[in-house]
Ligand binder design. Sequence first.
Ligand code: ASP
Ligand code: MG
Length: 467
Amino acid sequence: MRLVMKFGGTSLSEAERMIRSAEIVNSYAKNNELVVVCSAAGDVTDKLLEIVEKARRGRAEDVERIHAYLESLHRGLLEAVGDVRVREDVSVFADQLLRELRRAVSGILYLREVTPRSMDYVLSFGEKLSTRIFSGVLSSMGLKTYYLDGGEAGIVTDSSFGEATPLIEATKLNVRRRLVRLLDEGYTPVVTGFIAANEEGVVTTLGRGGSDYTATLLAYCIQADEVQLWTDVDGLMTSNPKIVPDSRVLEYVSYNEAIEMALFGAKGLHPRALEPAMMAKIPIRIKNTFNPSGRGTLVYERSERDDKEPVKAVLLVNSVAMLTVRGPSMVGRPGTAVRILDTLHKAGVNVMMISQSVSESSISLIIRREKMEKAVSAIEKALLGTGVVASVESEDDVAVVAVIGEGMKGTPGIASRVFGAVASKGVNVRMIAQGSSELNISFVVKEEQAVEAVRAVHAEYNLSGRR
Ligand code: ASP
Ligand code: MG
């Protein structure tokens, strides 16, 4: 089999964890062709964001402190490289990266200015360091590895720094040429997640959590048989175990369900990562580095046995706000919703849910809570007094409950069971939206009642499988 194995930050955050992850790779190496993809170690990406922010504000001491932290963290990881000669090589490379990072950050510190382009350049050091070190750990264990950054592996993107989009066909040609040749020569390519390059070869990044995307993209390009995402949870779950203690790991999840779950914040998956796998029908297996014998979750096309369970997961999304835009003259007036959405889009506010009452006299929207003020003022500025919108109200003490499952499609009675269960706990539903895909029913409740609502639906559908 041809496998792409991606390791997340927690699987690489300490020398001992790197060794554990490398042993997992090694156990698959005998009978398979492997491509390995790495995230930055632990919280390194967060620290890089922080160092840039401190530099921009001229906080030299904080910059120094974070630098020291990053240096000692990566020096510690070098301990995982068993072979002394390999360790020597890797450590020379790591030192050079750390020096380049230092230079980039002093530039920002000096100018007090950071561009999206220089930001991506700084962020790229996390994956370069972890991946180069991990590749050393693997070669110490006897694998014939070949280190490449995302650009070297052939991933070409547009120039939207911070959240670049791969140019799929160009990427496919490049990646094939480079990785397939290496595989044919018996190498295990070890590739940085998250980072790529634009057509001029300037470093770009794929957005937070983007290493999953790197993995599925490479798998698509080289027609891999499976992508494995090694993380620190047992798989996708029926809910968040912190709020629903009897949440269960789902054995099979369809691509569409997984996209929906990722969008609603399920741990362990990047929403865009599903696309390439789905296009090429490559299964994604989510596995726990700290419990490798666990079955994990297999994300694939709809599987028959799942049809029996219409609801697969109930997720809670906190930190949202609800906007209600009213105006009697909205009735029968086409284009109002478009103008509201357009206004929010231009203000950089992403709309997570929208619902309009049948009377058309109001539209309710759910957005991220931290964008609430921005959204309200954007709507006030653009639309109040235009005769379209009479008022805009906001509430920040709400939460969204998302009920997800492909089997809900065409199954009657789901809504009544869901809302019956919620009502029986005395929880009031403020707003409802159902995607036309019928893959998800989302509703809004007061935040203090949200956990109760999630538990009620989880129990109604016996998602723990206990009954
Ligand atoms: N290191 C990047 C991040 O933390 C990418 C990733 O981990 O997937 O967002
Ligand atoms: Mg990470």
